[in-house]
Design a protein around this ligand. Structure first.
Ligand code: NAD
Length: 261
């Protein structure tokens, strides 16, 4: 399928590793020009260089999106790179915690990490997308928006809020050729998950393989997802053939969730 994104400019946040990186690689492989954002300058520089060596156009900016001023710097640098038509909105997950235990500071910090950066960036990107009559916004959320996960109260609640935002926004901008969707990963083998599992193994005094086995047994596919498998869904949603698909959450979880919809 021709995705029609060759030559289009993409802004990818959380691009230094994991799912964000996989999206950046997949977009570049499809011929998009990619602007990479995350906190780690070294990793971003190495990825941008590697993408250019493979013939792609890529640039980067290291920024911590929890800082209110960072979004404006990102927007300026991305616009200087090209007119952004594709946006992958992604940052790292918040710390674990139970709803009854977390205090206002933790909630505020998680809102500033998962929600506000997306709003700031979208507000900066939308005028250009609307003027050009084309835009694709895809947030990486979590299967937790369909079924809350124990001990992840911050993620469960704030990503549900982001889902309400994207649904509302999608209806406001649909007539301008701009779509807004979310991709919700299930367990996906990234550095974050590997380190979470390692910590869990240590805490429980179990071998690492036992933690993997326990999770894999709950997934009908019998394994964790690969970042590229989540990225493929995001990149499809950014293509021109997905023009009539908007306001939805698309899950990539190996069959983990039992819900019909
Ligand atoms: P990861 O931790 O491996 O990568 C996160 C990326 O976001 C990194 O590039 C990091 O530098 C960047 N980032 C984090 N905080 C940032 C900040 N303040 N400013 C700028 N960049 C920042 O995570 P991942 O496993 O690739 O997951 C991506 C998203 O999907 C996360 O929000 C995660 O919670 C969510 N998710 C992941 C899984 C999974 O199994 N991997 C499952 C459900 C949801």
């Amino acid at each position: 399928m021709e995705l029609g994104i060759r030559g289009k400019t993409a802004l990818v946040t959380g691009a230094s590793r994991g799912i964000g990186r996989a999206v950046a690689e997949a977009l570049a492989a499809e011929g998009a020009r990619v602007f990479l954002v995350a906190r780690s300058e070294d990793r971003l520089r190495a990825l941008a260089t590697s993408l250019r060596e493979r013939g792609a156009e890529a640039d980067h900016l290291a920024a911590d999106l929890t800082e209110p001023a960072a979004a404006e710097r990102v927007l300026q640098a991305a616009r200087a790179f090209g007119p952004v038509e594709l946006f992958l909105g992604n940052t790292g997950g918040p710390p674990p915690g139970r709803a009854e235990e977390l205090g206002p500071e933790a909630w505020s910090a998680a809102f500033g990490q998962l929600f506000l950066p997306m709003v700031r960036l979208v507000r900066g990107l939308l005028p250009g997308m609307k003027a050009g009559g084309f835009g694709r916004i895809v947030f990486i959320t979590s299967l937790a928006v369909k079924e809350p996960v124990e001990d992840l109260a911050l993620s469960n609640a704030i990503r549900a809020g982001l889902t309400g935002y994207l649904k509302t926004l999608s209806r406001e901008v649909a007539a301008h050729g701009v779509t807004v969707n979310a991709v919700a990963p299930g367990y996906t083998k990234t550095e974050r998950v590997e380190s979470l599992f390692a910590r869990q193994a240590e805490r429980e005094g179990l071998p690492l393989e036992a933690i993997y086995r326990r999770v894999e047994e709950r997934i009908p596919a019998g394994r964790l997802g690969r970042p590229e498998e989540v990225a493929a869904l995001a990149v499809f949603l950014m293509g021109t053939p997905a023009a009539y698909v908007t306001g939805q959450t698309w899950v990539a979880d190996g069959g983990h969730l039992r819900f019909l919809l």
